[in-house]
Design a protein around this ligand. Structure first.
Ligand SMILES: Nc1ncnc2c1ncn2[C@@H]1O[C@H](COP(=O)(O)OP(=O)(O)O)[C@@H](O)[C@H]1O
Ligand SMILES: [Mg+2]
Length: 355
């Protein structure tokens, strides 16, 4: 049963979990804040990870949040963490509340492990720029044959890694002379292996292990999603070392923030445009909205950050996130006016994690 839109009132839309630091949590060190999550080191190789309802598009965190987004993303990750435990270990220990996880602390590897099954987004833009359709081209060290059309399925899943951070974070010869502010710089398997310590790897072969696991994850999850009517166009994983030295999947797993999901039934070749038509879920709704306002340009970041989305745009987004969560996991989030923050703090208190 899809979520009942009438339940998503203005009050509900305002009852979001904002990304913030809770000083009430007992911690060993300063909490770490990402764009969406906050991570608390609580000692004993354990961390509390709280997923907010924050929305970021075009590298900007928006003023308003999307009700239920954090809980929906966590539910999807959790579903795939559990379904793929036989393939690779992951950091999830226990769900304390929706939006709140207890995880094993890891030493993150500083590579965004991006995998693609379809040629779209930055991969497609790069291919066009290098005249790939006629001559073929290279992307993150991967040779792409000529003749692909926009959004077309690739001959095989490809690995197109980027550095986690900005160019200036990595002191490696390959980045000499590059603008240090470039975010998520494109790299290759060779660059990672030649500078493995800078990228947080303990030995170069660990990358082969991770790639092997990631290809297996991709094919398992793609098949599961396809049975549910979606194509996994691309996704991004993070891995890290646990205290016993094992490599585990950390952060999130195949959520709408880290992946592109396309509706399988709408994926068709359009001969007039010479491209494959796609209908994308969730976050694209917000990206399209921002682009309809013309606020996607880097020079307009401040304006985008100050922009306040109206209830209708938000409500449609809430519904989309709920729908995809339900299609994947079979569950929906509770729709409530009871303060999300109070609920999170109560769950943390009951579990003994507060001062
Ligand atoms: N098990 C873990 N141990 C240590 N750090 C983790 C773990 N899982 C995730 N992280 C880190 O926590 C942060 C999560 O915040 P997030 O909002 O997802 O950040 P980002 O904007 O970098 O994606 C990231 O920096 C991620 O590398
Ligand atoms: Mg993340």
């Amino acid at each position: 049963m899809p979520v009942d839109e009438k339940l998503i009132t203005s009050e509900v839309l305002d009852n979001t979990l904002v990304r913030e630091i809770y000083p009430e949590i007992k911690v060993l060190s300063e909490p770490k804040m990402g764009k969406v999550r906050t991570v608390y080191d609580i000692g004993d190789q354990r961390m509390i990870m709280i997923s907010s309802d924050n929305l970021s598009t075009h590298d900007v965190v928006h003023k308003r949040q999307v009700y239920g987004k954090g809980a929906n993303l966590d539910a999807i990750s959790e579903y795939y963490f559990k379904a793929t435990e036989h393939i690779v270990s992951n950091h999830l220990v226990e769900t304390i509340a929706s939006n709140v996880w207890l995880v094993q602390k890891a030493e993150p590897i500083l590579v965004e492990m991006v995998f693609r099954k379809y040629l779209t987004g930055s991969g497609w833009r790069d291919y066009i720029k290098k005249n790939g359709p006629e001559k073929g081209s290279e992307f993150c060290g991967v040779e792409l044959r000529p003749g692909y059309r926009k959004n077309e399925i690739l001959d095989e899943v490809i690995f197109t890694p980027t550095g986690k951070g900005i160019v200036g974070d990595f002191d490696i010869p390959e980045f000499q002379g590059m603008d240090p502010e470039i975010d998520d710089p494109k790299i290759t398997i060779e660059i990672i292996k030649a500078n493995y310590r800078v990228f947080g790897l303990r030995k170069p072969e660990d990358l082969d292990y991770i790639m092997g696991k990631a290809f297996a994850l991709y094919s398992f999850i793609h098949k599961d999603l396809e049975e549910k009517g979606h194509l996994l166009a691309d996704t991004k994983w993070e891995f890290g070392y646990l205290s016993d030295g094992r490599i585990a999947l950390i952060d999130e797993c195949v959520t709408p923030d880290s992946s592109r999901f396309w509706k399988a039934s709408d994926y068709k070749f359009n001969p007039e445009k010479n491209e494959f038509t796609i209908v994308q879920d969730d976050k694209q709704h917000f990206r399209d909205y921002v682009e309809s306002l013309g606020l996607q340009a880097v020079e307009r970041k401040d304006e985008l950050a100050a922009h306040i989305m109206d209830d209708n745009v938000l409500r449609q987004g809430v519904v989309k996130y709920c729908n995809i969560r339900e299609e994947i996991t079979g569950t929906l989030p509770g729709i409530t006016n009871f303060s999300r923050k109070d609920a999170v703090l109560k769950a943390l208190g009951d579990a003994g994690f507060l001062r």
